[in-house]
Design a protein around this ligand. Structure first.
Ligand SMILES: Cc1cc2nc3c(=O)[nH]c(=O)nc-3n(C[C@H](O)[C@H](O)[C@H](O)COP(=O)(O)O)c2cc1C
Length: 193
C-alpha cells in the first residue's frame, strides 16, 4: 500500500465532489481551556504546497486560535456527499500570524489572503467576533488590499498524524487507518468498518 494513500484518496474525493460546494467544508474540533471540546465548520483552502498539511483561514480574534495555540491537538472531520466517504484527520495544528513562522508558512498566508473573495476579505474588518451585537457599530468598511493581509487574518495549518478513511458505498463498507510515525513515515492498514 503506498505510504500516503490517504492523500491521494482525499484529492480524488475533492475531484469527484468538485460540483458540490459543501464538499469543501470540514469540521475542526479543538480543545477548550477547560478541557471540553469545541467544533465548527471551516472551508478547506488547500494543502500546504506539496505537503500533507491542510490549510484553513480564520480571524485571529476567534476562540479557535486561542484553543489551537494552547493545545495544538485537533481533529478534522470531512464528509463527501457525492461519494459518501468520511475522512477524520487527527494531528497538530499551528496558527500562522503576521510576522511569525517560517517563510513557506508566511507565503501560504499571503497566498490564501489573495485567493479570498472581496466579500470574505471584508469580513476581517468586522467588529470583534463573538462580542455582543451593537447596531451602532457599522459592518461596512473599505475593501481590504488583496496584497496586504491584515493582522487579524490567520492561516491554520493542520499536520495530520492519523487519518481514518471510511467509504460508505460497498457492502460491507471499507475503512482504512493511516498513521505517521515519529520519523514522518506513513503506514496504513485496512480495518473493519
Ligand atoms: C459553511 C461554513 C463555512 C465556514 N467557514 C469558515 C472559515 O473558513 N473560517 C472561519 O474562521 N470560520 C468559518 N465559519 C464560521 C465558523 O464555523 C465559526 O462559527 C467561527 O469561525 C467562530 O468559531 P470559533 O469561535 O470556534 O473560533 C464557517 C461557517 C460555516 C457554516
Amino acid at each position: 500500500m503506498p505510504e500516503t494513500l490517504w492523500r491521494a484518496s482525499l484529492v480524488l474525493a475533492l475531484y469527484r465532489n468538485r460540483h458540490v460546494a459543501q464538499a469543501r467544508y470540514l469540521q475542526l474540533a479543538t480543545i477548550r481551556g477547560d478541557g471540553r471540546p469545541a467544533n465548527r465548520t471551516l472551508v478547506f483552502r488547500g494543502f500546504l504546497g506539496e505537503t500533507d498539511a491542510i490549510t484553513v483561514v480564520t480571524d485571529m480574534r476567534t476562540a479557535k486560535v486561542r484553543e489551537v495555540e494552547a493545545t495544538p491537538w485537533v481533529e478534522a472531520c470531512w464528509y463527501f456527499p457525492m461519494t459518501r466517504e468520511q475522512f477524520r484527520l487527527g494531528g497538530r495544528a499551528r496558527v500562522v500570524r503576521e510576522d511569525a513562522g517560517d517563510e513557506a508558512d508566511r507565503q501560504a498566508r499571503r497566498d490564501a489572503w489573495r485567493a479570498l473573495s472581496d466579500a470574505t476579505r471584508q469580513s476581517f474588518t468586522w467588529p470583534m467576533p463573538g462580542a455582543p451585537r451593537d447596531p451602532a457599530v457599522p459592518f461596512v468598511a473599505a475593501t481590504p488590499d488583496p496584497e496586504a493581509p491584515p493582522a487579524d487574518f490567520g492561516l491554520i495549518v493542520l499536520e495530520p498524524v492519523e487519518v481514518d478513511h471510511l467509504e460508505l458505498d460497498g457492502n460491507p463498507q471499507n475503512r482504512w487507518i493511516f498513521r505517521r510515525d515519529a520519523d514522518g513515515r506513513w503506514t496504513g492498514r485496512e480495518v473493519n468498518p
